[in-house]
Design a binder for this molecule. Structure first.
Ligand code: SAM
Length: 225
């Protein structure tokens, strides 16, 4: 599915969020790099926007992993165009990351966790490649809590987004998947509990965009997980 929409993926992100996704990735990168000029893994990196933001904010090394070859192809074109040839692109499954334990100072995942077949196992795998003291940063859609907003949000997300997605990308099905996967995703408190359940510490989150997006941060403790 992501192979099919790779060409128009960035444009759809800007349209769907009114361009706010750029600011959210900026925040996510800032959280990831709060520990210093780090070596960072961006999991489910897609067309590489979060990886590029990490490099822009001064990460010492950025590795971007995705299993969609077409998303990575779009990322590679963009890296060449924007002059970030040092970002490493790796085609791999985020559920089985091809890196030894404790490789990275930080790991980010932007709008990717929702797509993994097992959220808890995905979190454990990202935690595995973090060095002790390393940071896991998750940017993801989150179920709406405010009762007044829910009908408006569902009208937009369940009807308008697939319609625009169909027109822009030619793939209405793919943009129908977006509300389905978001509806099935745990709320921000539950996700925080899952991070703690994976042995991560100092778990916190903030809501963005009227509470429709959440940014979670957690630290791999220095004692073994
Ligand atoms: C919604 S896109 C997010 C892309 C990017 N992180 C962003 O911020 O826009 C989800 C990405 O996750 C990738 N993905 C989904 N499941 C994956 C998995 N198991 N392993 C690696 N990548 C995966 C898809 O190929 C897609 O590029």
């Amino acid at each position: 599915m992501f192979d099919r929409i790779s060409r128009r993926y960035d444009l759809m992100n800007r349209l769907m969020t009114g361009g706010r996704d750029v600011a959210w990735r900026r925040l996510a990168a800032r959280e990831a790099l709060a520990g210093g000029r780090s070596c960072v893994l961006d999991a489910a990196s897609g067309t590489g926007d979060l990886a590029i933001e990490l490099a822009r904010q001064g990460a010492a090394r950025v590795v971007a992993v995705d299993f969609s070859r077409e998303m990575l192809r779009s990322a590679a074109e963009k890296l060449r165009r924007l002059g970030h040839p040092h970002i490493e692109l790796v085609c791999a499954d985020a559920m089985r990351l091809p890196f030894p334990d404790a490789t990275f100072d930080a790991c980010t995942i932007g709008f990717g966790l929702r797509n993994l077949p097992d959220y808890q196992a995905g979190i454990a795998e990202m935690a595995r490649v973090l060095r002790p003291g390393g940071r896991l940063v998750i940017l993801e859609t989150t179920p709406v809590r405010q009762q007044w907003l829910a009908p408006l949000f569902h009208l937009y997300f369940d009807r308008v987004v697939p319609l625009i997605g169909g027109l822009v990308s030619g793939d209405r099905d793919a943009y129908g998947y977006l509300p389905r996967s978001t509806g099935a995703f745990p709320d921000a408190e539950t996700l925080a509990g899952m991070l703690a359940g994976a042995g991560l510490a100092e778990v916190r989150f903030r809501r963005l965009m009227l509470g429709t997006v959440a940014l979670h941060v957690a630290i791999r403790p220095c004692a073994a997980i």
